[in-house]
Design a protein around this ligand. Structure first.
Ligand SMILES: Cc1cc2nc3c(=O)[nH]c(=O)nc-3n(C[C@H](O)[C@H](O)[C@H](O)COP(=O)(O)O)c2cc1C
Length: 182
């Protein structure tokens, strides 16, 4: 798939078919996501993929801050990805101090880049995705054991799309976004 088609064609998908996502497809998606740039190549993002329907249901019912829209998406998806970051590496000096005034925000930055690459890679393989930012990390930890020293940055609901994508929601004009100083 051409890069431009991949970027323009990807849409957030919230309705999924029953088709399973194979282990090899998940591995191919992460194989591309790992080429995302990261702070000093620290490669802190991790992907915990929940296929277990009971755990997915507990997260949908109890861990989305009562945002029913996300609960429905999680119930419909075939796999729920918990994107985490290994803490205290991205944006930090070896002595544990922050490298810049951005503090620990570079962790989120790295997770964001990796998440976009993950979603584009999924799209190129026909797998739909939507990033979910409304969730309760502490509650999620009651239903799944995550490694110590990792924090959840975002979720990604995954599955093969149930229906053809609608047109992209409107984007701002380039002239509103771009400011060139000569
Ligand atoms: C950081 C972030 C958080 C988001 N959180 C949610 C969410 O909680 N629920 C949801 O349905 N969509 C969520 N989205 C998806 C956006 O609503 C979506 O990307 C946007 O409307 C543009 O649509 P498109 O992805 O189809 O281009 C999130 C996207 C980002 C980047």
């Amino acid at each position: 798939m051409l890069f431009e088609e991949c970027v323009r064609g990807r849409r957030s998908v919230r309705k999924f078919s029953d088709q399973d996502i194979s282990q090899s497809v998940l591995e191919e998606i992460v194989d591309l996501a790992r080429f995302s740039p990261s702070w000093k190549n620290t490669q802190v993002p991790r992907y915990h993929v929940i296929k277990n329907p009971q755990i997915k249901e507990e997260i949908a019912r109890n861990c989305v801050l009562n945002f029913d829209f996300n609960a429905k998406t999680i119930l419909r998806c075939k796999a729920l990805v918990l994107v985490t970051v290994v803490e205290k590496l991205s944006g930090y000096e070896p002595d544990g101090s922050f490298s810049t005034s951005q503090g620990d925000r570079w962790e989120m930055f790295d997770a964001g880049i990796a998440t976009q690459t993950f979603c584009l890679s999924a799209y190129a393989k026909g797998v739909g995705s939507v990033i979910l930012g409304v969730f309760d990390e502490n509650k999620i930890r009651q239903y799944i054991s995550l490694p110590q020293g990792e924090r959840v940055t975002n979720l990604i609901a995954l599955g093969y799309p149930l229906e053809p994508a609608k047109a992209a929601p409107p984007r701002k004009d380039v002239s509103e976004l771009l400011h060139v100083v000569e």
